[in-house]
Ligand binder design. Structure first.
Ligand SMILES: Cc1cc2nc3c(=O)[nH]c(=O)nc-3n(C[C@H](O)[C@H](O)[C@H](O)COP(=O)(O)OP(=O)(O)OC[C@H]3O[C@@H](n4cnc5c(N)ncnc54)[C@H](O)[C@@H]3O)c2cc1C
Length: 390
């Protein structure tokens, strides 16, 4: 695809950048900034407080079309906003409402559903989670078994989801369910919106390798879901799921946040005790920065293509692979450069720079980023199919 690439911001974009930078300096709450600076993750109340603040400015749903309350920014402006957000030390927004179910709703939902669900996402009031994966349906998502049976004016949902990020925070789940067993696997799937407080729905925690509780198992026993919570028609779930996954993959690349991570590493490196260690760390940093620049150019290509009204292509899979690999390499560099300072320090007095103290947690968490959002092996299959016709 021939696309002009904007490597230099024009005067208007530079002014926009300056105004966003200023706003971030004045408005990112100090506790949020210091949490991210340490490499820690905000808890629910901190995350929601930050998202409500963005929501009150109309800046939570920057990717949404104006008619649904987006600010009407170009893709370049959105990119600038995200970059300045990350450089100011503010966390990324939770993707499930804004980047995933929101676009599904304004694309596929009825007017009543849009009116009911979009405002809560826009303001940061309603938190969502994604109920796709099941114990035997991850990469092979189409084999999911959670069953929704029509019973008058509602569905009865039975089954299990797994790896459901933030299910313990969420008010609502968007969920893939099987409504028909008699047709081809993909055609029997539907897209339901489920209130997390419905009787029969149970959330059980999974503690991940970084020691935190992000993930859950969700069990459904005769969970009653009103028919008006079906998005699109019965059997349209697979079409919606594919649409949503493309949105998910572009956000997972995390270019803006890698900038912030590299800045954190740079400043922590100054605390290394010897000149020799600092020089070795500099060489490693240079290689990471070069790879970030390459990733950013690819990102600019998709930004420019979006500004020209072109649809996402295979780039979203490429960005997901390269972005997540780079996130892992930066976190690995942080652990290795920090050495003793980066050892897990629960129950011990930490030594040295706090950035290094948190590094092993982050390193451990990021082992998962090449798996979630469709594993990188699956992305390579997507690329092979789309680019090579294999
Ligand atoms: C931290 C984290 C957060 C997550 N959050 C959510 C969430 O909020 N909601 C949700 O629904 N899911 C979530 N997931 C689940 C995630 O989408 C799945 O883990 C992922 O799709 C892989 O599925 P699986 O775990 O069943 O592994 P499997 O599909 O069993 O894959 C196992 C391995 O085999 C490889 N493999 C499988 N099939 C192929 C193939 N055809 N070709 C080549 N290699 C293949 C995979 O790449 C992987 O390495 C999350 C996962 C993690 C780790």
């Amino acid at each position: 695809m021939e696309t002009s690439v904007n490597l230099d911001f024009n005067e208007e974009e530079k002014k926009f950048r300056e105004s966003i930078r200023q706003w971030m300096v004045e408005n990112v709450p100090e506790d949020v900034r210091s949490c991210t600076a340490r490499g820690a993750m905000p808890d629910k109340s901190m995350q929601q407080r930050w998202e409500r603040l963005l929501g009150s400015k109309g800046w939570l749903t920057t990717t949404w079309p104006e008619q649904y309350g987006g600010p009407g920014w170009s893709a370049t402006q959105r990119y600038i906003f995200d970059l300045e957000r990350a450089l100011a030390g503010a966390p990324p927004t939770s993707p499930f409402g804004v980047a995933m179910v929101g676009p599904v709703l304004y694309t596929f939902a009825s007017e009543e559903q849009k009116e009911r669900w979009l405002p809560g996402i826009q303001s940061g009031e309603t938190l969502w989670c994604q109920g796709y994966s099941e114990p035997n349906a991850g990469s092979d998502l189409a084999s999911l078994k959670t069953r929704a049976t029509l019973n008058g004016d509602h569905y009865l949902v039975n089954g299990q989801k797994i790896w459901t990020t933030q299910a313990h925070w969420a008010d609502m789940m968007f969920c893939l369910v099987r409504t028909d067993n008699t047709v081809k696997q993909q055609q029997g799937i539907s897209f339901l919106l489920i209130d997390m407080k419905t009787p029969g729905l149970e959330v059980r925690p999974i503690y991940s390798i970084d020691g935190h509780h992000h993930l859950n198992e969700v069990y459904f026993t005769d969970v009653k879901v009103p028919v008006e919570n079906l998005v699109g028609k019965e059997g349209m779930g697979w079409t919606i799921a594919k649409f949503l996954l493309t949105h998910e993959r572009t956000t997972i690349a995390g270019v803006a946040d890698i900038h912030h991570e590299i800045n954190r590493l740079k400043s922590a490196m100054e605390s290394l005790p010897t000149e020799n260690e600092r020089q070795q760390a500099q060489r490693r940093l240079a290689s990471l920065e070069i790879d970030l620049m390459a990733l950013e150019y690819t990102n600019f290509r998709t930004v420019a293509a979006t500004d020209e009204g072109k649809p996402f292509g295979p780039e979203s899979s490429g960005l997901k692979i390269k972005g997540t690999e780079l996130q892992q390499r930066v976190s690995q560099a942080m652990v290795e450069i920090g050495g003793l300072m980066s050892l897990p320090w629960d129950n011990k007095q930490p030594i040295g720079d706090e950035v290094f103290n948190q590094a092993s947690r982050r390193y451990n968490f990021l082992r998962a980023c090449t798996i979630y959002g469709g594993s990188n092996e699956i992305q390579k299959n997507v690329l092979a199919k789309m680019l090579l016709g294999l």
